[in-house]
Design a protein around this ligand. Structure first.
Ligand SMILES: Nc1ncnc2c1ncn2[C@@H]1O[C@H](COP(=O)(O)OP(=O)(O)O)[C@@H](O)[C@H]1O
Ligand SMILES: CC(C)(COP(=O)(O)O)[C@@H](O)C(=O)NCCC(=O)O
Length: 320
């Protein structure tokens, strides 16, 4: 069986293979070359949030080769910036290298972003890695309620796209301080007045389901500002299961907090809680995945395809 036969399942139209080189785990792992293992078991343990168990095998076989590729790309981008400076006859600090991470709700974007941040920050030539999530650019609940969008959260119209593009523009322009609004999953809303301030980081990982989307008629799109992009992919049936699992976990660890938006679900019996989670998945996150997220997959430079238990089974790398 070839790697192409193994996945994707029928629900999931394949990527155009000529545009990508396809690697199974072993072939990708071999590209790690001499990259040192830069995270210990204790480091990985510290990265675990919620129920995630990022395996040492994934770090060694998937993320270390990826960090080697990205390190080479960052260096090359800096050389290009220097070439332009030489042409212009002035010297400036290189702009941050921006990596977009896209994929469905609950596919594991935040987890991937955190692991990647930790690994990339180990390289001495780009230690300052910032992580920004696009949920900060969601409209606040008040605005979503006024516009009847509370059940459309994550859909393109639920974001302040102009503000998001302005943020990316300022970042790439090398402004000394750039600020992003902050979202609370607990409150299910933007935190008023709280900002994440970035001061000329070396790398920015910009993570969210919408990062590869193109708004009709917009003069620029988020990916215009990206140096690299990753789409985290998996079978829809797996992602649904991960969404429900995460909901059940949050029911135990977050919903008991009276500040939680979902506090009223704290004592729901298991089967009812599963039904609520499945209902939110089916009515909001699944249609968003099918209509607005999955169609952006072919824009990514790299597609990581997960199988059971979140293990990365295949890597698709765009031929430049
Ligand atoms: N590599 C992984 N190994 C094990 N569990 C994972 C992994 N990545 C994500 N998860 C789990 O899957 C769920 C969704 O992951 P998360 O990073 O929160 O997704 P997203 O940011 O895409 O919504 C969480 O419960 C998380 O702990
Ligand atoms: C805020 C989100 C759109 C962000 O998704 P993310 O980028 O973290 O995957 C999502 O977590 C969400 O709230 N979706 C709406 C339906 C739900 O409560 O799952």
């Amino acid at each position: 069986m070839t790697a192409m036969d193994a996945v994707p399942p029928p629900e999931d139209p394949p990527l155009a293979e000529p545009a990508y080189r396809v690697f199974d785990r072993a072939a990708w792992a071999a590209l790690r070359a001499s990259t040192p293992l830069s995270l210990t078991r204790a480091d990985i343990g510290a990265l675990r949030g919620l129920n995630e168990t990022v395996s040492l095998a994934d770090v060694q076989e998937i993320y270390l080769p990826l960090s080697r590729l990205l390190n080479l790309q960052v260096r090359a981008a800096r050389r290009l910036a220097m070439a332009q400076d030489a042409f212009l006859g002035h010297q400036a600090a290189p702009p941050p290298y921006i990596i977009g991470i896209a994929g469905s709700v609950a596919v594991g974007k935040s987890t991937l972003a955190r692991v990647l941040r930790a690994i990339l920050a180990r390289w001495p030539d780009h230690p300052r890695v910032e992580l920004v999530t696009t949920d900060g650019f969601l409209h606040p609940t008040k605005v979503l309620e006024e516009r009847g969008l509370m059940r459309r959260k994550g859909f393109p119209e639920s974001y302040d796209l102009k503000r998001m593009l302005g943020f990316l523009n300022a970042l790439k322009a090398g402004e000394a301080e750039v600020a992003a609004p902050v979202y609370s999953h607990l409150k299910y809303d933007i935190i008023p007045g709280q900002m994440q301030v970035l001061r000329r980081p070396d790398i920015v990982i910009f993570e969210g389901l919408n990062v590869l989307q193109h708004a009709a008629g917009a003069p620029v799109v988020a990916s215009d500002f990206f140096d690299f992009s990753v789409y985290l992919d998996a079978a829809i049936s797996e992602i649904e299961a991960w969404y429900i699992e995460r909901f059940l976990l949050l029911q135990k660890i977050a919903f008991p907090n009276p500040d939680s938006y979902f506090h009223h679900y704290r004592d729901l019996p298991l089967e009812e809680a599963k039904a609520v989670a499945r209902g939110i998945w089916t009515s909001i996150n699944l249609p968003n995945l099918q209509q607005n997220i999955q169609p952006t997959r072919h824009r990514a430079r790299l597609v990581l395809r997960k199988g059971r238990d979140h293990a990365i089974e295949q890597v698709w790398l765009r031929r430049m």
